[in-house]
Every structure is written in structure tokens, then in C-alpha cells.
Design a protein around this ligand. Structure first.
Ligand code: HPA
Length: 233
């Protein structure tokens, strides 16, 4: 059965789904890394494709930006389509001076300024963490392929443009490596459902060094991150 946001029917989506924010990056990944590709979604141009990688079935779908958007798509993938492994492949802004453009982060956890976990009515503050199974496999795949990765805590922010643009330094003081806008919701939804999620990020800009990549570089320059993600399929 399809949903208001996804026209796929049960069985069209693999148990493992790669999740870039940008639907055009999903298309790029399908066209450049997968074989036997079939598109399963085009609703709102949030493209989704299923194909094979080294003979294994894997899907890739855009999530859009922010917790509400990835929250919708990941919930449906898990609860309506039976997805078990959700791997976000995204970009982030680095908070740490040792991180440079194109460095790769494996997000062991996400802190947040979002109220996303409010819905769970918890008697405290929820620490949103990755699947150890996916994280340890990703680290091993990276090491085996001589790809340098850093494992650490990140920040999922509701704000790209903040009224307090220097507030990020407070997260940096707490050891948070970088900022993006989706992982906290993804980890909440996956952990609530008892399935696996991991976020892999490539540094697309540095708040410390004030450097950034172009959108074209962002779309095409993330081969190492894709290699790690696809080895998890
Ligand atoms: N802020 C929020 N999200 C991001 C950034 C950023 O600087 N870079 C990539 N995703």
C-alpha cells in the first residue's frame, strides 16, 4: 500500500536504504553506484530507487531537510515497507578545528536543539544513538578500504540560519564534531521501532575555518562515504 508521500508498494524497497538529504543525490547514487535500478517513488520529487550492489538488493531515497521531513520518510520506510537498516549519507558543517572538507564522520550519537523527542513523553532528555551493529561494520569497512573516519557525537539542529550565530561554539566545547539537520529524528524513529540506523557524514563546510564546497562538489564528491555505506548493504 502506498502512503501520501511514497508511491512504492510493499516489496519494492530493500531492507537496507541509503538516505541522502537531496533527492537528486539519490538519483546520482542510483545511476552511478547501483545496477538493475528501478525507481519506486517520485511523489514531491522525493526520488527513491531500488537496485543491486555486488548482487545485493539495496534502495536509496531522498529525505529532504530537517527532522520533520526525515521523520516522515523514515517512519514510513520502517512501518509501511519493512525497512530494517537506514543509513543516512549526508553533509555537515564541522565544529572541530582538526576536521577539513571531505573528512568523514560516523555519528555515534546526536545531540539536538530540536524538540523531536517530545512526542515520546520521556521523563528526561533522550540520547539518540546509532546502531552499534551498523557503526562497527561501517568502521571496519572504512578501515579495510583505507578510508579515514572519525567516530563521534554530532548536533542535529533545526536552524541553518540562527539568531545566535556563535552558539555552535557551546556544542563544540562539549565535544560535538559537526552540525547537520536530520540524524536526531532518524535515530529516534529507528530506536523506537527497534531497527538499525547510522549516519555517515562528509564535511561540506567548516564553521571553524569558514570554508565550503560547492553544490556540484557536494553531489559528486562523496565517493568514499558511498563506499562505506554500500558495504553495509
Ligand atoms: N549547518 C547545518 N546543516 C548543515 C551544515 C551547516 O553548516 N552543513 C551541512 N549541513
Amino acid at each position: 500500500m502506498s502512503t501520501p508521500h511514497n508511491s512504492a508498494v510493499m516489496g519494492q524497497i530493500a531492507e537496507t536504504v541509503l538516505l541522502p538529504g537531496d533527492p537528486l543525490r539519490a538519483k546520482f547514487i542510483a545511476e552511478n553506484f547501483l545496477e538493475n535500478v528501478e525507481q519506486f517513488n517520485g511523489v514531491r520529487n522525493m526520488f527513491g530507487f531500488t537496485g543491486t550492489y555486488k548482487g545485493k538488493k539495496v534502495s536509496v531515497m531522498g529525505t529532504g531537510m530537517g527532522c520533520p521531513s526525515i521523520g516522515i520518510y523514515s517512519y514510513e520506510l520502517i512501518h509501511m515497507y519493512g525497512v530494517k537498516n537506514l543509513i543516512r549519507v549526508g553533509s555537515c558543517g564541522a565544529y572541530h578545528p582538526d576536521l577539513n572538507l571531505y573528512d568523514i564522520i560516523l555519528a555515534i550519537g546526536a545531540s539536538t536543539d530540536s524538540n523531536y523527542a517530545y512526542q515520546f513523553e520521556l521523563p528526561g532528555i533522550y540520547s539518540a544513538t546509532a546502531s552499534w551493529d551498523l557503526l562497527s561494520k561501517a568502521k571496519k569497512a572504512a578501515d579495510d578500504n583505507n578510508i579515514k573516519t572519525v567516530v563521534g557525537n554530532i548536533v542535529t539542529s533545526d536552524l541553518f540560519y540562527s539568531d545566535n550565530p556563535d552558539n555552535w561554539r557551546k556544542w563544540a566545547k562539549m565535544g560535538c564534531l559537526a552540525v547537520e539537520m536530520e540524524t536526531y529524528a532518524l535515530y529516534c524513529i529507528a530506536n523506537r521501532a527497534g531497527v538499525n540506523a547510522l549516519t555517515i557524514l562528509t564535511v561540506s563546510d567548516s564553521l571553524v575555518h569558514k570554508t565550503e564546497t560547492t553544490p556540484d562538489q557536494r553531489e559528486k564528491g562523496f565517493k568514499d562515504m558511498m563506499k562505506i555505506a554500500l558495504e553495509l548493504a
